[in-house]
Each structure stands twice: as C-alpha cells, then as structure tokens.
Ligand binder design. Structure first.
Ligand code: HEM
Length: 134
C-alpha cells in the first residue's frame, strides 16, 4: 500500500472513532439530557463520518488500487492535494459549524472540500481504464 493511501486510511479510521464518539454523546443526550450544547457537534458528526470516514476511505483505497501506467502512478501531487484540502476543509467546516457565527469559515471549508474532490478526480480520472491500456 503506498504511503498516501496509508495516510488516508489512517485518517479515515481516526474520523470513524471520533465521529462515532460524537454520535454516542449526542445519542446519550437524546435519552438522558445532560448537556444541550452537545448538539452543536451534530454537523461535525456528519462531516466526520461522511467525508472524513467514508469518502476518505474510498479515496485512499482508490489511490492504491486503480490501474497504474506500468509501475507508475501519475499526477501524484493532485492526489496529495486532495488529501490535504479534504482534511483542511473538514477542520474548517467543523470549527465554522461549532461556532455558529463563523459561517464564513464553514464556507471556506466547503470550498476546500470541493477543491479536494476536483484535485482527486484530476488524479484518478486517467487511471480509470481497461487492463493493458497505457
Ligand atoms: C457511518 C456512520 C454514520 C453516519 C454516516 C451518520 C450520519 C448522520 C447524519 C447524516 C445525521 C443527520 C440525520 C438527520 O438530520 O436527519 C446523523 C444524526 C445522528 N447520528 Fe449519526 N451517523 C453515523 C453513525 C452514528 C452512530 C454510530 C451514532 C451513535 C453512536 C450516531 C448518532 C447520531 C445521532 C444521535 C444523531 C441525531 C439524531 C436526531 O437528530 O435525533 N450516528 N448521523
């Protein structure tokens, strides 16, 4: 497994743990109310589990497993950029939605996430090809 995939898969597992923990805290408050502010973590819970866990896991495995050109992966900086901007975006959206007056930060985070998707598609698109085709 290439090192970028290791980074992505490890990051996605961390998001899985953190996202489930936030979900459990929110769920607990639903059954036994203890801290209403815990609901402010709901957008971060969703962000971590959909983008941080599921999307990032798919990106990490795709980077590893999509067909290569001989032994080479091309446009590697696009994939690395995708990893960095996705995680930056999740962080900014997380802070921006927690602190509800910082909606601009959440918007910047969303733009970073969009950039991450575009960069990763830029990397992965040419690798979607039939076996033996260069
Ligand atoms: C991959 C797994 C998960 C994903 C993608 C996910 C995603 C979501 C989404 C999209 C919502 C918003 C639903 C809505 O507004 O209608 C939500 C709400 C919630 N999630 Fe998760 N979730 C996951 C796992 C969990 C787990 C494991 C827990 C608890 C241990 C949990 C606890 C909650 C709670 C308490 C809510 C709020 C429900 C409410 O509004 O009454 N989630 N989750």
């Amino acid at each position: 497994m290439p090192s970028l995939s290791q980074w992505m898969v490890r990051a996605s597992l961390l998001y899985l743990g953190a996202g489930f923990t936030l979900g459990a805290l929110i769920l607990f408050d639903k059954g036994v109310p203890y801290e209403p502010d815990v609901w402010r973590f709901l957008p971060l819970h969703i962000e971590m589990l959909i983008l941080g866990w599921m999307v990032q896991l798919a990106m990490g495995i795709a980077y590893w497993i999509l067909p290569r050109f001989g032994t080479q992966r091309r446009k590697i900086p696009f994939a690395s950029l995708g990893f960095l901007t996705l995680n930056l975006g999740i962080l900014l959206v997380g802070i921006g939605t927690w602190q509800q007056s910082w909606t601009d930060l959440a918007l910047v985070g969303r733009i970073a996430e969009l950039g991450a998707a575009a960069a990763f598609v830029g990397h992965a698109w040419p690798r979607v090809k039939a076996p033996g085709v260069r």
